[in-house]
Design a protein. Sequence first.
Length: 216
Amino acid sequence: MGQKVNPLSFRLEIKNSRHKWLSRWYAPKNLFRHLLIEDIKIREFLNKRLDSAGLAQVRIERLNKKIKIILLTTRPGLVIGRGGKGLEELKKDLVSIIKNKSSQKNLEIQVEELKNPDSSAKLIADKIAYQLTRRLPYRRIVNNAMDKAMSSGAQGIKIVLAGRINGAEISRTEKFSTGPVPLSTLRTHIDYYERPSLTRSGYIGVKVFLNKGENV
């Protein structure tokens, strides 16, 4: 039986690696679990709230009595809103999740633009999951996603679907790939994301492995 390792955590803290910690902070032992749960709640809220804005990544940094949330999105205008109203409303909602009062006052939200959505494994997986719920042909969905990813500069891509694919009575796993995706080579920059797609027949798991070349 194969040993399943998350490609992102497997490559963390390697010299010259482009994989960075999505949560950057230190806390005493008695506070660690509370801050970890808080980070999870923040990410769940942002992924649900900013789904239409093409949210690709959420980075959380904590320093003393300050918390900084960095949003990488393809549509920063939808997040910021007219005159920054969207950002202010988002900040008010996030304050209710954060328990530390000093962090609530010193909450900073930074929005960065991702110009190429086909270079993010998360956005590719989100798009595939959405199209599966629309009952589009799964082979066409996957092939289109792989073609766009390769056209955007990816060295290789691997997509795995698992579940009641195409409404089948018995669940199965299908793998699609193009180009090299060396998961055991640490110097290779692999972007990875997995999420479920809730179709009428049941859940279909979607996994995307994106080879972005070697770490320099």
